[in-house]
Design a protein. Structure first.
Length: 176
């Protein structure tokens, strides 16, 4: 009978993680973290969180902005999914410093701070553009779906398009 090593895929393993080493230079998350920490003025949030005399401590606006903007960049627009990612995804854990805000905190932050977040988002885009991090071909801010009359039969390589164009011309002008 064959002697195989045991399958331990169902067994848990504790691994020490240095969150600072998870955000690798040259990645989007590194650029986002650097921009939020070093280039954005977040003092506008301090007036809103006037809780120094009482009340619970709030999540830092830098943490909330990092996880929200990173979540949006990865297609996570639901506060529940962003909150879940903060519990399970190492990149989100690293960006948040292992803070795990509840989805209601994330949704509330976005709803209440919409007017303060929008200019910061524009600022992040401008910094990324200045640093050459945004391509010049196309950039979309939202995931808005727009109807199009593009035909799948005309999609393909340039050679295929040339052949279709030649064939179309021959059908329209059979004498050429």
């Amino acid at each position: 009978m064959a002697n195989y090593k045991p399958d331990l895929s169902c067994q848990s393993k504790f691994i020490p993680i240095d969150f600072a080493q998870q955000i690798i230079p040259g990645t989007f998350e590194y650029a986002l973290s650097h921009i939020v920490d070093k280039h954005l003025d977040l003092t506008a949030f301090d007036d809103w969180y006037n809780n120094d005399n009482g009340g619970a401590a709030a999540y830092p606006p830098s943490v909330m902005l990092k996880i929200i903007l990173f979540g949006y960049s990865r297609g996570l627009v639901s506060s529940r999914r962003i909150a879940q990612a903060c519990e399970t995804n190492i990149t989100f854990m690293s960006l948040s410093g292992d803070e795990q805000p509840h989805y209601t905190s994330i949704a509330s932050f976005v709803a209440k701070m919409k007017d303060k977040i929008e200019p910061l988002f524009t600022q992040v885009l401008m910094i990324c553009d200045r640093e050459g991090l945004i391509g010049r071909n196309m950039f979309a801010i939202d995931g808005c779906k727009i109807k199009s009359n593009a035909s799948k039969e005309w999609s393909g390589t340039f050679e295929e398009l040339e052949r279709k164009q030649t064939k179309s011309k021959q059908q329209c002008h059979p004498f050429f």
